[in-house]
Design a protein around this ligand. Structure first.
Ligand SMILES: Cc1cc2nc3c(=O)[nH]c(=O)nc-3n(C[C@H](O)[C@H](O)[C@H](O)COP(=O)(O)O)c2cc1C
Length: 374
């Protein structure tokens, strides 16, 4: 069978067949494992490894694993902390600051452990996402000569010259037009504009106005659209807005190659768009995830969430206990509003094939449904 054709400028820039990128998703290594990255790249898209929560050695190991699985282009996404001000750069240090300065928050987290009968099981590594830590991760990505690098948070300006020297494509993620303009000033090759509909950390502006405005205001730097895109109609809409491709996270969380447990994927398949809500209780930054009793308890506690890394470190200890107990119903199931359209768990290659054929279908059908002339 001949493969459908769907090409844009993104395909030339990244040397891929279809203008579809797998969003790098951290989730402690479970979101976008090498198997999923390679499967998306093999299917003609661009797989992106989410490396944010991984040690530099683990980032290297996973990059090498992707290379064992595929010879196609792929990327790595890291979170570059803009500035963590005076916060400690170790988990032990942040916990101590929490105990000294935010005893009510610590007590509330412990009350949650008791309420759900969880045995405390604090995260064992001593890593928080500090500047120093991010620098070491970036070194690995450069040393390994990964073809595509995406900066999920923070300013990628410091990487651009070295990346360019070795032919690496640098991508910045933005949730506002102002942020997109900053990425342009930093010299990135491509900007992903993620609307509020998206899963994980997300802003307040919707995909449609964000992409439409950014396409004009940061031209000629190309835009890739993200947030709430789950099928070919969404991709066709993004291309019509002027984006050169899409960056999709939630839709690939139900892929068989994704490392999340099936019970979590099933929650996504069963969920409705309105179940996935923004809360600061998980990390201290606005993050879209499945609404559950834990985010609800924080909302009712009256306690304001702490800035990252404090809220994050606090909640990671809770999530670690929930995970150990197999209580995935208490977990932070980060996903976007496009989740409402996901119908089943299936291999990434099937998801990709439907996305491509659905886009071609949507683009082909539109002139049949809409009358227009110039
Ligand atoms: C579970 C999950 C984890 C995520 N982790 C990261 C991350 O580590 N780094 C990052 O830049 N973006 C992260 N994101 C955001 C995605 O890169 C992407 O922008 C978003 O998923 C797009 O919206 P969609 O989920 O509607 O497709 C995450 C998203 C989800 C759903």
């Amino acid at each position: 069978m001949t493969r459908p054709v769907l090409r844009s400028e993104l395909c030339d820039l990244l040397k891929i067949e279809y203008p579809i990128m797998l969003a790098g998703m951290g989730v402690w290594g479970m979101g976008t494992p090498p198997e999923l990255v390679a499967a998306v790249s093999d299917a003609g898209g661009c797989g992106v490894l989410g490396g944010s929560a991984l040690s530099p050695e683990e980032v290297r190991r996973r990059i090498q694993r992707v290379r064992q699985l595929t010879d196609k282009p792929f990327g790595v996404d890291l979170l570059l902390p803009a500035s963590l001000a005076a916060a400690s750069t170790t988990r032990t240090g942040v916990r101590e600051e929490l105990r000294n300065n935010h005893p009510e928050h610590v007590a509330f987290m412990h009350s949650l452990l008791e309420r759900f009968e969880l045995t405390p099981s604090p995260v064992e590594n001593d890593i928080v996402n500090s500047d120093k830590y991010a620098e070491a991760q970036i070194e690995v990505v450069l040393e390994e000569k990964v073809p595509i690098f995406a900066a999920g948070l923070g300013d990628p300006a410091r990487i651009v010259p070295r990346a360019r020297d070795q032919g690496m494509v640098v991508i910045g993620l933005a949730g506002t037009v102002r942020n997109a303009e900053r990425h342009k000033e930093a010299g990135v090759d491509l900007i992903v504009c993620q609307g509020t509909e998206g899963g994980g950390h997300t802003g307040r502006v919707s995909t449609l106005p964000l992409v439409a405005e950014a396409v004009t205001s940061v031209a000629p730097v190309p835009i890739v659209a993200a947030g709430g895109i789950s099928d070919g109609r969404g991709i066709a809409a993004a291309l019509t807005l002027g984006a050169i491709g899409v960056w999709m996270g939630s839709a690939f969380l139900v892929a068989e190659e994704c490392g999340l447990p099936d019970v979590v994927k099933d929650e996504l398949v069963e969920g409705k768009a309105s179940d996935f809500r923004i809360s600061e209780s998980w990390t201290g930054k606005s993050l879209r995830a499945k609404h559950n009793v834990v985010s609800d308890a924080w909302a009712q506690s009256g306690l304001p969430s702490l800035p990252t890394p404090y809220q994050r470190v606090l909640m990671e200890d809770f999530l670690s206990a929930a995970q150990k107990a197999g209580r995935w119903d208490l977990y932070m199931n980060a996903a976007g509003q496009g989740t409402g359209m996901l119908k089943q768990r299936r291999p990434a290659a099937d998801i990709m094939a439907d996305l491509v054929s659905g886009t071609v279908q949507a683009l082909t059908d539109t002139p049949n449904r809409v009358e227009f002339a110039q």
